[in-house]
Design a protein around this ligand. Structure first.
Ligand code: NAG
Ligand code: NAG
Ligand code: NAG
Ligand code: NAG
Ligand code: NAG
Ligand code: NAG
Ligand code: NAG
Ligand code: NAG
Ligand code: NAG
Length: 505
């Protein structure tokens, strides 16, 4: 199945997170690293703090030059040269260089901070030619050429310099900023948020050739989801704090302020009999820009759509419900786990349509629940543990038809339809000290009754009796459905169809 997606990642224009100031030295027990929001990454800021000897700096701001270093990994051995002792090269040796957390310059290491696993002074103290010009000669007796074995194994730090704590804030819009729009178009008036429009997705599809009064015909179980317009404008914000040494997360919170619309319809065609069971059928999984501090944390947002269907059909129903849903979401505002003030959202229900054709036999019934979850998920991985934070828009549609005998030659046919909507924020499991267990909190929940009506209809003539249980060959059985041909029987004389709009004003 093909899904066309208009997705837009963000813009370089965001001003929330600035450029790193490489002239500012990190020698007093604090240091920060900024990431500008880009096409492939969220913006963010990562701050660390500890005792003055716990955090040091080997960038040129602290007087160091690096002879050789790769940016493909944090774990490596590097040669560094103190080129300007007055800037504070000596700071790293306070209380011993080993197990100090150091800031690396750009293009060195896969992340901004590493641990010194080992330090030694090589016998060869000659200054590489390239650096000789920069080397300010001093009267100091301090050796100027050093070797550092560095890595991102923060768990191996002895703790000799005390704990090193961190704070993280990362943020990403899932739509382009006005500035980018401007560059593309010159108007800046249209913002294209994350949007899915006019997509039809088959949820279950079974077919069998069955005997009918007039011979044989193909009977089906078919269910689909029509996505008319799912447009969600959101900014995902993840805030966390903890310790780098020893590696631990003490808090993690998530917010996704949002405006949007979830507009579509569930459709089913039920002419076989049996049970329908579709469990967690995921048909879309879209990855957005992420945030990463190597060997510490990655934050990966994504969006998925998951469908579930459960139903039973007995006898001949020829029930073909089409039931729309539309929820307009404005000013969703929450921080999970919930804090004061409580989360808030305004949900309105624009008009939707339904129609429920059926051509049932006596004593037949059909009931189907089709649930769809539209889910923003933020996977957070830190120090080898993973948790998923999510905000889900759940649409559950319950559609049923029931036929019972009335007086001779007539049947009573009843329809019941309702829609439910809920907005749920959750964490998938425990995560360090931030979450003890999986959890979920509901922000909004609503049930809309659509139709509850009964009608007395005339039955058609009884068909000549035939062997009714001749099973046809199942053409497809994609899911866990169990189905068979319904017994041949008299059905209502004409198709019953009720159509309308909801909610009633
Ligand atoms: C450390 O230095 C930075 C500037 O380099 C300053 O903003 C910060 O307040 C200092 N922190 C402490 C604890 O002295
Ligand atoms: C840097 O050079 C030293 C030898 O001086 C070597 O041991 C080390 O592996 C080199 N590191 C990198 C990242 O190339
Ligand atoms: C040497 O110093 C100059 C000016 O301060 C600087 O631009 C250059 O990057 C330095 N070279 C090295 C190898 O550090
Ligand atoms: C260091 O961090 C650990 C784990 O987070 C914590 O249990 C301990 O109390 C901290 N020590 C200090 C001195 O803050
Ligand atoms: C989808 O909904 C959004 C938000 O209400 C609206 O701006 C947009 O025009 C709609 N798109 C279509 C194709 O209806
Ligand atoms: C989804 O449908 C099942 C029945 O198949 C029901 O038990 C469940 O509560 C529904 N979920 C939601 C979110 O409505
Ligand atoms: C969300 O709620 C907080 C606290 O009430 C408020 O400060 C903030 O402006 C709200 N944000 C939005 C986008 O409404
Ligand atoms: C759906 O509606 C039928 C008939 O009204 C009811 O028996 C059934 O419990 C409902 N199912 C759900 C999941 O709401
Ligand atoms: C207002 C404005 O200039 N809109 C332009 C956006 O881009 C399209 C396609 O390039 C133009 O056709 C519009 O005129």
């Amino acid at each position: 199945m093909r899904i066309t997606v208009f997705i837009a990642l963000v813009a370089l224009s965001s001003t929330s997170f600035g450029k790193n100031d490489w002239t500012k030295v990190c020698l007093n027990g604090t240091c920060s690293y900024d990431v500008e929001e880009g096409e492939s990454n969220m913006g963010g800021r990562f701050d660390i703090s500890g005792s003055p000897s716990a955090i040091s700096d080997i960038t040129s701001a602290a007087g160091w030059s690096i002879v050789n270093c790769t940016d493909s990994t944090n774990s490596q051995t590097i040669k560094i040269v103190c080129t300007d002792e007055s800037k504070g090269c000596g700071h790293i040796f306070q209380n011993g260089a080993q197990d100090t957390i150091i800031r690396l310059p750009e293009n060195c290491g896969s992340g901004p901070f590493v641990r010194v696993a080992k330090h030694w002074i090589p016998d060869d103290q000659s200054i590489p030619k390239a650096l000789a010009a920069n080397h300010t000669s001093s009267t100091s007796t301090m050796p100027h050429v050093h070797m550092l074995e560095i890595d991102g194994n923060f768990d191996k730090a002895s703790g000799i310099h005390g704990n090193v704590s961190f704070e993280l804030r990362t943020q990403g819009n899932l739509h382009p900023s006005p500035k980018q729009q401007k560059r593309q178009n010159g108007s800046g008036s249209t913002v294209a948020p994350f949007s899915l429009v006019n997509e039809n997705v088959i949820i279950f599809d079974d077919m069998m050739t069955c005997p009918v009064a007039s011979g044989q015909q193909n009977e089906i179980f078919l269910g689909s989801l029509l996505i008319q317009n799912v447009t969600l404008e959101t900014t995902i914000i993840v805030i966390s704090s903890g310790t780098l040494v020893p590696p631990s997360i003490s808090s993690l919170s998530f917010s996704a302020p949002m405006n949007g619309i979830v507009d579509g319809a569930g459709l089913a065609s039920l002419s076989l009999q049996g049970t329908i069971s579709v469990i967690d059928f995921q048909f879309l999984d879209m990855i957005f820009a992420s945030f990463s501090i190597a060997d510490v944390v990655t934050v990966q947002p994504s969006f998925s759509i998951i469908a579930n269907a459960a139903g039973t059909v007995e006898g001949i129903t020829n029930f073909v419900p089409f039931v729309g849903f539309a929820y307009s979401i404005t000013n969703l505002n929450f921080t999970y786990p919930f804090e004061v003030p409580a989360p808030s959202v305004e949900v309105t229900t624009p008009v939707s349509q339904f129609n429920v054709p059926a051509l049932p036999s006596e004593n037949s019934n059909a009931q189907i629940t089709m649930n769809t979850t539209f889910k923003f998920l933020v996977q957070v991985n830190a120090f080898g543990q993973t948790v998923d934070l999510s905000v889900s828009y759940n649409v559950a549609e319950n559609m049923s038809m029931n036929s019972t005998p009335a007086v001779e030659g007539e049947e009573v046919v009843c329809f019941d339809l309702d829609n439910r909507f809920s907005l749920v924020v959750a964490n998938s499991g425990p995560f360090f000290q931030a979450f003890e267990a999986p959890g979920a909190q509901t922000i909004f929940e609503d049930e809309i009754p659509i139709l509850s009506i009964c009608d007395v209809v005339e039955l058609g003539p009884s068909p000549p009796s035939r062997r009714s249980n001749t099973p046809g060959l199942p053409n497809t059985n994609l899911k866990r459905d169990i189905f068979s041909c319904p017994p041949v029987a008299a059905t209502s004389l004409e198709v019953i169809n009720i159509e309308g709009t909801f909610p009633l004003s």
